[in-house]
Design a protein around this ligand. Structure first.
Ligand SMILES: [Mn+2]
Length: 427
């Protein structure tokens, strides 16, 4: 954790300028009929889970360049996440990957996290690579495999993940399947999907009443010809066949270039099956870059759909927000602070959309003014609203500046032997 005095002193450097910026923006927004305090309250209530696999420097298939003072085990990762939560007030939960970050004693990890004011979001299973000591290989798939014994092993792993999650206090499991084929003819396209659904049904049956299961789609990689859960349509078919506890997870990077992701989000909301998000950003494929770094307008348009659904009170609408990134070049803590900031800004901007004016322009087919209504919200500099929300949560006005000033990373670099710990790739 960072000492509170570090945050207080960092805030003092920005306090006066922030107060004046906030008052000026509040006055501007008032002229537009927006109550700044109301937006700040919305931002303050926004929470996003940090994945356990994002705290160490990631890598590509070509190499990894480790940073100094990286967490060496899951307990140290909890501490890093608690620093992000301290500075932003927005990351009170962890999304744990099993087996990469599986604790020997889940209850001990739960207690350790609780002492750091952290709880647990969705647990993540992994049947996309073979684990040490595992009997059957997933080389040709897990839930879709032609051999029932391989499928059984994959189901048992997922049931185990649910059990660990129960101890941690999780309420959901995310299943991302790498299953698929690289060549035409390799796999029976319909039967492999049926086998996958049958396995998911067994996991679904074992879920506690208050749990949800998320299926995550991805068009390609590692399967280059036909991925089983290739698109949101396949994911929706699974969620609908499974039942009310199943929903679809939208990983922003799991789409082909130029896919209209906000439209995917809208369709899943209509179907009552938007389970949540894996936030990241991409230029080409599953790049796992910082959320909002490449397509910030797209991120805003996604949040616009979310705020619109909440505004309308769509029944059963309660998406779960999680980050899924790989930090290859940036300090992972700094990259996550930047991510949370970008998420809060996109959300704040979506809160500024004049929805009654937009509805009128849509009714009148006034294309230009309808678009302008979104642009006006998007182009507003909401930094003071986001900073104010963080300050009210006892966080930092400028989290990255406060983190750098705290000397946290240098202190950990001294305390931890660099290079001793090799974190896994992102998923
Ligand atoms: Mn993901």
């Amino acid at each position: 954790m960072i000492h509170k005095s570090h945050i207080a002193s960092a805030n003092r450097n920005h306090d006066e300028a922030h107060r004046r910026d906030f008052e000026h923006l509040a006055e501007q927004l008032q002229r537009r009929g927006v109550d700044a305090d109301e937006v700040v309250a919305h931002i303050s209530a926004f929470e996003v889970a940090v994945p356990s696999w994002a705290l160490g420097t990631g890598g590509t298939r070509f190499g990894r360049f480790p940073g100094l003072g990286e967490p060496r085990d899951v307990f140290e990762k909890m501490e890093a996440i608690s620093v992000i939560h301290q500075l932003t007030g927005a990351t009170p939960t962890v999304s744990l990957h099993i087996p990469w970050d599986e604790p020997d004693d889940p209850a001990a990890l739960r207690d350790h996290a609780a002492a750091l004011n952290l709880g647990f979001d969705a647990v993540n299973s992994n049947t996309f690579q073979d684990q040490h000591g595992q009997h059957y290989s997933y080389k040709f798939g897990s839930f879709c495999h032609v051999d029932a014994a391989v499928r059984e092993q994959a189901v048992q792993h997922n049931l185990h993940v649910v059990e660990v999650g129960k101890t941690l206090g999780s309420k959901s499991i995310t299943v991302w399947l790498a299953d698929g084929s690289n060549y035409p003819g390799q796999m029976h396209l319909r039967h492999s999907f049926d086998r996958t659904l049958d396995c998911l049904k067994r996991v679904y049956k074992a879920l506690p009443d208050d749990w949800r299961i998320f299926t995550e789609h991805k068009p390609y990689e590692p399967a280059f010809y036909a991925t089983i859960v290739q698109d949101w349509g396949s994911s929706l078919m699974l969620a609908q066949a499974l039942g009310p506890k199943a929903a679809c997870l939208v990983d922003l990077g799991h789409h082909l270039p130029n896919t209209n992701i906000e439209l995917v989000v809208a369709r899943l909301i209509t179907a009552g099956k938007l389970g949540g998000f894996h936030f990241n950003d991409a230029k080409y494929g599953d790049d796992d870059l910082t959320t909002g770094s490449i397509k910030p307008y797209q991120l805003f348009l996604v949040f616009n759909e979310l705020v619109d659904a909440a505004h309308e009170g769509v029944e059963g609408f309660h998406p779960d927000y999680m980050i899924d990134q790989s930090h290859n070049l940036k300090d992972p803590i700094e990259a996550l602070l930047q991510t949370v900031d970008n998420l809060q800004k996109a959300y704040a901007k979506a809160c500024l959309v004049d929805r009654s004016a937009l509805a009128e322009y849509q009714e009148e087919n006034d294309v230009l003014m309808a678009e302008q209504t979104l642009k006006e919200a998007y182009e507003t500099d909401v930094s003071p609203l986001v900073a104010e929300a963080r300050q009210r949560l006892s966080g930092a006005l400028d989290p990255i500046a406060a983190f750098r000033a705290s000397g946290y990373r240098a202190e950990k670099a001294d305390a931890r032997a660099a290079g001793a710990y090799v974190p896994p790739q992102s998923l």
